[in-house]
Design a protein around this ligand. Structure first.
Ligand code: EPU
Length: 334
């Protein structure tokens, strides 16, 4: 069924809690509806909104917002070692993680509590505590806007990178993700080498799937503000990846700066740079930096998208002048 509403308030559709309006808001509950929706949209400006956990409304949306609501989980095949499962795009990501951990199916547990829908997970290749969603994605089903056909893209064609994929590049605005197929494992495969995770897991009694999930929940809850209480989008910025010699030069100047060597280059935690520059816990009007995790920009109440963007640009400029490093925003601005 397709439901259309005009002048829809979007506050409940973005975790920043920004008040903005969409001239047209279309909700649908069956992927085939997309064909009819796109027949009716014509030349109007459109965008998909799922959980709104990584979106910043810079102003009102003068166009159509399309909101999917399909949430089923279907097991496609099962072997002695693996289960292949196809999940609709509008299921809450953490509902899928719980579905896996309840069945002792490994691969998604480190990504617990990441807010958002399943369909958004491949777009920015969500990652946390040493794992990324690309490691369990088999394929992505998508609606191609121009041809009005459904296609399935295998993992190897998704161009997954650090918080990146083909859905942010070549296929941006050309497709709508309708479902994701995952391969999760019946064989235990604990990934607990990130930071203090191992210690926490041991405190809870060892590396069972539920202990790992609970340890991550504890760590996340201790550092990341709950968007239901304080508007935020998790990491607002991406960690910059720079050439190794650039990181080495900075490391000489700041020996306490953490650096992670990755195949793409040296990754420097933007949280560290923001904290070092003195922004952690700072406030400017209705916007601020979280006092526990410097990578998180928070809405202190009533902030507008414009205010948040202005604050973010000030921080970007300051880091550029202090460290000669450009940090990119992770959030999508509409
Ligand atoms: N750090 C600071 N000060 C801070 C925050 C971090 O100095 O206020 C330094 C510390 O040295 C710390 C290091 O940065 O050891 C890494 O911090 P953390 O483990 O919190 O991870 P992060 O790099 O800040 C990334 C992801 C998070 C994810 C965590 C854990 C990005 C952009 N963010 O953050 O993802 O939960 O790792 O794996 O890669 C998200 O994308 O919304 C998100 C929360």
């Amino acid at each position: 069924m397709i439901t259309t509403r005009k002048n829809r308030e979007l506050k409940e559709f973005n975790s920043f809690g920004i008040s903005a309006k969409a001239s047209e808001f279309i909700e649908f509950d069956c992927k085939e509806d997309l064909k009819e929706i796109f027949e009716s949209i014509g030349d109007k400006k459109w965008e998909v909104i799922s959980g709104g956990n990584n979106i910043l409304f810079a102003s009102n949306w003068d166009g159509v917002l399309i909101h999917p609501t399909m949430r089923s989980i279907n097991t496609i095949s099962e072997s002695d070692t693996d289960v292949v499962v196809k999940v609709d795009g509008a299921l809450e990501w953490d509902d899928f993680v719980n579905w896996c951990t309840d069945r002792e199916l490994w691969g998604a547990e480190n990504l617990t509590l990441i807010p958002g829908y399943v369909g958004a997970a491949p777009v920015q290749n969500i990652g946390a505590y040493g794992t990324e969603v690309k490691d369990i994605i088999e394929s992505v089903e998508m609606f191609c806007v121009e041809s009005r056909k459904f296609l399935t893209l295998h993992n190897s064609h998704c161009q997954f990178g650090y918080r990146d994929s083909v859905f942010k590049g070549l296929l941006k605005h050309a497709v709508i993700i309708t479902a994701v197929t995952f391969r999760v494992s019946k064989v235990a495969n604990p990934q607990i080498n990130y930071g203090d995770l191992k210690l926490k897991v041991e405190e809870l009694g060892g590396a069972t799937i539920k202990n790992i999930q609970n340890a991550i929940i504890e760590i996340r809850e201790s550092k990341l503000p709950d968007p239901k209480i304080t508007g935020n989008v998790g990491s607002f910025f991406k960690n910059p990846v720079v050439e190794h010699h650039v990181a080495e030069q900075l490391k000489n100047k700041y020996p306490d700066m953490p650096v992670y060597i990755t195949p793409e280059g040296s990754k420097i935690p933007a949280g560290w740079l923001i904290e070092k520059a003195g922004w952690k816990g700072s406030k400017d009007g209705n916007v601020g930096i979280d006092p526990r995790q410097a990578l998180v920009v928070i809405n202190l109440g009533g902030a507008t998208g414009e205010e948040i963007l202005k604050f973010a640009h000030t921080i970007q400029k300051d880091l550029k002048s202090k460290f000669e490093i450009e940090i990119e925003m992770e959030v999508n601005t509409l």
